[in-house]
Design a protein around this ligand. Sequence first.
Ligand code: AHR
Length: 326
Amino acid sequence: MTITRRSLLFTSAVGLAAIMAAGSALADAPPLKKKDTYKVGFAQTESNNPWRLAQTASMQEEAKKRGWQLVYTDAASSAAKQVADVNSMIAQGVDLIFLAPREEKPLIPAIKAAKNAGIPVILLDRNVDASLAKAGEDYVTFIGSNFIEEGQRVADWLVKNANGKTTIIELEGTTGSSPANDRKKGFDEVIAKNPGFKVVASQTGDFARDKGRQVAETLLQAHPDANVIYAHNDEMAIGAISAIEAAGKVPGKDILVLSIDGGKEAVQAVVDGKIAAVVECNPRFGPKAFDTAVAYANGEKIPDKLINPDQFYDASNAKELLSTAY
Ligand code: AHR
């Protein structure tokens, strides 16, 4: 008879002690049994922007298509709520958890709790601190974009197309999140290698439109010579456009706006000349996430990272590709 850690969980206090011992000793991520259908969790981080809504819709559509039950939670921008959401999924006995961890560190105990309960976790779009949790051991894999490369691609475009615009304000994403850390790293490293370019201010706008607008307004007042705004996502870029216009300047002419995400509104802004360039961050995770779960159940070796390919939009292709943006 095979005794799983999860079946032990509900047996007795003695069983519980056994689980804790087994969980901490277990080297690999828990297996997923082969079944015709699954009950899986999707712990979303927030739903306050089109990117998150597109990601959630993609996950829900895929679950429906396959006839899997999806337990969906929205952490409403709170890492503490997301930890509670994962714990609730564990208590509900889901077969697997898809998790979009809001920040790199606070979700680690929840990932370990899922492991100890015998429930595999697949990270979607945001990663966790690699020194605290490992792919293949604590969770199965990370599926998402290469955020460092996204930042580098924006910076490379700027270096080639700056036309004298070299004084940069950076609007960072949510503090402690992997896209904010990595988009900053990728961009700042390229800029540091190019004399003449300078990031004069860098502050978080929490990936949110109005926060981005407010921070851009303050930073434009403090740095009236700034002529580039690099926003870590579309929402903050669109907020920055309002701030630029409120300051009596013209986005695309006086100040170049650069962004990441590639939603329809931002790609339209590229067509309109208000955003100079956008690197896409593809939110359509459903098919790949569910295929990966099936492959894992089939015993296939899953790589530590599955990287999504991302589009790039600027004046040369935005009109043509607008209909394909999410
Ligand atoms: O993790 C991906 C980022 O999170 C997207 O760029 C952003 O819009 C979202 O909230």
